[in-house]
Design a binder for this molecule. Structure first.
Ligand code: MLT
Length: 282
């Protein structure tokens, strides 16, 4: 059957997946790369990647279920497995058999769940400022407190609280403004359901050893939320993983240092060796 594009009509940037409408945005041609945002963000955290990587990949960034321009959700909780299943459905809806999967923080939790549930869809895996371990009991209690504060102080209060925690020192006003727009633009019910989904997520530490596709781990050196040591240690667990620790970035390197993130992704996609690999014995 001819697609809307073949009829000369613009393609609508929505896909019906698992009974919900997901918004996505794309740029470029070639093998598919899918970018999964973190919390409490949306697809626009990847705008610099759409622009900077369109010459090497068909780059697709989505709004996860309930986020951004995707359908609102009545799910009480958004488990990482459910979000991963949506990403799998989107990859298939886009007509691809697999994708280079890039996940930022909560998007990394989703990417790891995707690796566990549908590994054949993952051509390469990039994990940015994320962790494989589950929340500790203290971490879980903090999630509950965060929900209370959110409902009490609102999204502006959440943004006030999170801006400093998510960004490295001296962020530009543009970066601060983009981040505030994303946080304040996310629906309350989505914020709550995603916090609960992260609180109850599974421990996938033992999965790291099973990753046998090209992998890249990126960390912001100034990340105050997930310490760079934790991110770097994750790279050691993944066989042959590349690692890029980025100075001048906090928890959100794609927003804060897009140049460095794009450079590392191009090296991964093109299979070039990164500098730290060359430093060993020849
Ligand atoms: C994120 O950036 O996606 C979240 O802050 C991660 C988390 O809270 O565990």
């Amino acid at each position: 059957m001819p697609t809307p594009k073949e009829h000369g009509k613009p393609k609508m940037p929505f896909a019906r997946v698992n009974g919900t409408m997901l918004f996505y945005r794309e740029a470029g041609e070639g093998p598919l790369a899918v970018f999964i945002h973190g919390f409490p963000l949306d697809h626009s955290v990847w705008l610099d990647q759409l622009e900077g990587l369109a010459h090497v990949r068909r780059c697709v960034t989505l709004d996860l279920r309930g986020f951004g321009k995707s359908d609102a959700t009545t799910d009480r909780i958004l488990p990482m497995e459910m979000l991963a299943d949506d990403v799998a459905g989107l990859i298939e809806a886009l007509g691809a058999h697999g994708a280079d999967v890039v996940g930022l923080s909560m998007g990394g939790y989703v990417a790891l769940a995707l690796w566990e549930l549908r590994p054949t869809l993952v051509r390469s895996l990039t994990l940015i400022d994320t962790r494989a371990a589950a929340d500790t009991p203290e971490g879980q209690a903090k999630r509950d407190e965060m929900i209370d504060r959110l409902l009490d102080k609102g999204r502006t209060g959440l943004a006030d609280e999170m801006l400093g925690a998510l960004l490295g020192p001296n962020p530009s006003v543009q970066v601060q403004a983009r981040l505030r727009s994303m946080i304040e633009g996310t629906r309350y019910e989505t914020l709550v359901a995603a916090i609960l989904g992260m609180r109850d997520r599974a421990d996938r530490s033992s999965l790291l050893r099973s990753i046998d596709v090209p992998a890249l781990v990126i960390g912001g050196v100034e990340d105050a939320l997930i310490p760079p040591e934790v991110v770097a240690a994750m790279a050691e667990e993944i066989p042959g993983a590349r690692k890029s620790m980025i100075p001048g970035a906090g928890h959100l390197p794609p927003l804060e240092r897009p140049d460095k993130v794009n450079e590392a992704l191009i090296e991964l996609f093109e299979g070039r060796k990164v500098v730290w690999w060359r430093s060993g014995p020849t």
